[in-house]
Design a protein around this ligand. Structure first.
Ligand code: NCD
Ligand code: ZN
Length: 345
C-alpha cells in the first residue's frame, strides 16, 4: 500500500499547555485532528467551568487562521477532593466540557491538586453519572511501596474495579492503558468503560528507556512496560473492539526539563501523531483497522458525530526534525532525527 485515506481522526487525550507553549504546539495537532480532548493539568489546574471556558477561548485565540474553523477543543475539568456536584451540572450545561479528569494526587505532572481519596468524590461522581459526563482516569496508584511498573495493575484492583461496581452507569475512559491487565479489565467491563492507547506505547517497550544509556525522551507516565504488554496493547488497538481508541497523550516539556537530573514525564508526539499510529498498525499488518480506531470509536464513545472530511497518508520517508521551537526553548519530538515511513499530505 502506498497511500491511505481515512476519515479525519480525533485525539481523545492531549496536553496543550498554555500561553506561548500552547501557541507553539497547537498547530501540530490542529493540522491532523478535527477535535481533541484537552487535559486540564495546567498550573493552576482547570477546576471550574469558568476556567475551562477561559482556557478554551485561549486555545481558539492562538489557532492559526488557516485552521480556524477546522479544530474544536473538547474541554475537561480537573477533579479534586472538593469539586462540588453543582460544578458538574454547570460543566454539562456549558456544552463544551466533555469529561472530568481523575488524577490520583501526586501520580504525574501537575497532579498535586488531584484526588487523595475516592470516597471524597462520591457525590460528584454520582452527579457525573446522572449528567452523563464521563470520568477520564489516570490509572495509577501513588503508594510509594508499589513498584512503578505495577502501579496501573494495582490501581485496577484497588480503585477502578470498585469504582465501576459502585457507579455502574458512570462512563469511564481508562486513559493511556499500558498493560495487558488494563486491556483485560476494559474488555470484561461493561460498555460504559473504554480506553485510549498512545502511539508511543504501541511502538516502544521499556527497553527504549535504557537504550545504550538513559533516554529521558522515552520517559512518560504511565511508564513504558514490557514487550508482552506492548503486544497486548497492539492486539487491542487492531482488534476492532470499539472500546479502544486513539489518545496520543502528547505531553510537551522543554528539552531542559527533560534532560535533567529529575526529568519530567511526557513524550511529545503531536508532530507526527497519525503517522506514528500508522507505523504501529502497519507493523501489525492492520492498516485497515486504523480508521475506526482513530476516527470512529472515540467519537462514538463520547457520543459525538464522525468527522466528515478526510486525510491522506502517503508511504514516503521523511526525517523528524532534531528539535522544535517551544516558546523560546527547545522541544524534542519523538523519533527526532529518525526516519518515518508515512507522511500526511
Ligand atoms: C503528562 C504531562 O506531562 O502533563 N505526562 C505524561 O507523562 N503523560 C501527564 C500525564 O498524562 O500523566
Ligand atoms: Zn496525559
Amino acid at each position: 500500500m502506498t497511500s491511505i485515506t481515512i476519515t479525519r481522526p480525533d485525539d481523545w487525550h492531549l496536553h496543550l499547555r498554555d500561553s506561548e507553549q500552547l501557541r507553539a504546539v497547537l498547530p501540530y495537532t490542529a493540522r491532523q485532528f478535527a477535535r481533541a480532548i484537552i487535559m486540564p493539568n495546567l498550573k493552576p489546574p482547570v477546576v471550574t467551568t469558568d476556567m475551562a471556558l477561559a482556557y478554551r477561548a485561549r486555545i481558539l485565540a492562538v489557532l492559526p487562521t488557516a485552521l480556524q474553523s477546522n479544530f474544536e477543543p473538547l474541554m475537561t475539568l480537573y477533579l479534586t477532593d472538593n469539586t462540588p456536584p453543582a460544578e458538574i451540572v454547570r460543566a454539562k450545561e456549558s456544552g463544551v466540557i466533555h469529561g472530568v479528569k481523575l488524577y490520583p494526587a501526586g501520580a504525574t505532572t501537575n497532579s498535586d491538586a488531584g484526588v487523595t481519596d475516592m470516597a471524597k468524590c462520591y457525590a460528584t461522581l454520582e452527579a457525573m453519572e446522572q449528567n452523563n459526563l464521563p470520568l477520564l482516569v489516570h490509572g495509577e496508584v501513588t503508594d510509594s511501596d508499589v513498584d512503578v511498573f505495577d502501579k496501573e495493575k494495582v490501581f485496577i484492583d484497588r480503585i477502578l474495579m470498585p469504582l465501576t461496581q459502585r457507579f455502574p452507569s458512570l462512563r469511564i475512559v481508562f486513559e493511556h492503558v499500558t498493560t495487558r491487565d488494563a486491556v483485560a479489565f476494559v474488555e470484561q467491563a461493561s460498555s460504559n468503560v473504554a480506553a485510549t492507547i498512545t502511539a508511543h506505547h504501541l511502538l516502544l517497550n521499556r527497553n527504549a528507556i535504557f537504550q545504550e544509556g538513559i533516554r529521558p525522551h522515552h520517559f512518560c507516565l504511565p511508564v513504558l512496560k514490557r514487550e508482552i504488554h506492548r503486544q497486548a496493547l497492539l492486539e487491542a488497538a487492531i482488534s476492532g473492539n470499539p472500546k479502544f481508541f486513539l489518545g496520543t497523550d502528547s505531553a510537551p516539556h522543554s528539552q531542559a526539563n527533560k534532560e535533567n537530573a529529575c526529568g519530567c514525564a511526557g513524550i511529545f508526539t503531536a508532530h507526527a501523531a497519525i503517522e506514528l499510529y500508522a507505523t504501529a498498525f502497519e507493523q501489525a499488518d492492520a492498516l485497515d483497522k486504523l480508521e475506526a480506531f482513530a476516527s470512529f470509536y472515540g467519537a462514538d464513545f463520547y457520543q459525538l458525530p464522525h468527522n466528515k472530511d478526510f486525510i491522506t497518508l502517503n508511504k514516503e520517508n521523511w526525517v523528524v526534525p532534531e528539535q522544535l521551537e517551544f516558546a523560546g526553548e527547545r522541544l524534542i519530538p519523538l523519533y527526532a532525527r529518525e526516519s518515518l515511513a508515512w507522511k500526511m499530505t
